[in-house]
Every structure is written in C-alpha cells, then in structure tokens.
Design a binder for this molecule. Structure first.
Ligand code: SF4
Ligand code: SF4
Length: 136
C-alpha cells in the first residue's frame, strides 16, 4: 500500500495541482448557478407572488424607496437568505421577470447574526453594498 502510494505520488509530481485556492481564487460558476437573487425594482409590482410561492416562507413584502434617495415608496420583496433554499421558484413564478439569480454565494451572505441575513430590497437591487449591515 505504501509503495503504491509512493508510485502514485511520483507519477503525479509533475502534474499541475488540483487543489483550489479558495477563497483567494474563486470557482468558475455555471450559467445556471443560483446565487443571491437580483431584483429589478422597475419591473417589480409588489404583487407578493414570489412570497406566496416560496416553500420556506423566506420572502416578505416590505415598503422601500423606489430608487436610491427617493422619498416615494412601493412594495418590494425582502429575502431572509438564512432560510432560502436557492430553489429558484420565486424567480420562475414572478409574473414580471423582476427577479433573477445572481452569482453571489458568499459575499454579504456569511454572517454571525441572523438579522444580517435579511436581504433588503436595496440589497437585492444592488443599490447598496452587500456587506453593509455587517456587525462591526
Ligand atoms: S418580485 Fe415579482 S413576484 Fe415578487 S413582488 Fe415583485 S413582481 Fe411580484
Ligand atoms: S429561491 Fe426558493 S427558498 Fe429562496 S426565496 Fe426563492 S422561492 Fe424561497
């Protein structure tokens, strides 16, 4: 067994390493990868179908400004990403195509406190940095 392992090591000594240096080197993601959702506020009508569809009740419809700095508010989804399965049903069921899958699966989503996992409409729309709201 030991000899077999030595032979295997010698045979592979010149081959490139297969170890991935994550997180320094990010993994390549497929086109179908489902990360944090992206909200297009201009398309969202606040109907709540995404919230009703979510099997984990991770979506709540909340009031938020229609654009950064605006005083006008409308209803938009907010996602408790700590309960999200990334199943994509909310995206599939949105009648306006306002939701899509982003590629973020770590940035802004690795938190110590549950309250920081509430992804507000502003974060879904990428109007604020995803890291914002982190505990200091
Ligand atoms: S994201 Fe889509 S399904 Fe959800 S409230 Fe907006 S329009 Fe309705
Ligand atoms: S991806 Fe699935 S679990 Fe996550 S918010 Fe959408 S419907 Fe809910």
């Amino acid at each position: 067994m030991v000899l077999k392992n030595i032979k295997y090591a010698i045979r592979n000594i010149t081959r490139p390493p297969v170890t991935r240096m994550y997180p320094e080197k990010q993994s390549e993601l497929s086109d179908r990868f489902r990360g944090l959702q992206i909200l297009d506020k201009s398309k969202c009508i606040g109907c709540g179908i995404c919230a009703n569809t979510c099997p984990n009740a991770a979506i709540k419809i909340v009031k938020a400004p229609i654009a950064p700095g605006s005083t006008k508010q409308r209803w938009f989804p907010q996602i408790d990403i700590g309960h999200c399965l990334f199943c994509g049903l909310c995206i599939d069921q949105c009648p306006k195509g306002a939701l899509s899958s982003g590629k973020e699966y770590a940035k802004g989503l690795v938190k110590w406190k549950h309250k920081d996992l509430l992804i507000t409409p502003e974060k879904l729309a990428r109007e604020v940095d995803l890291e914002e709201g982190d505990e200091k």
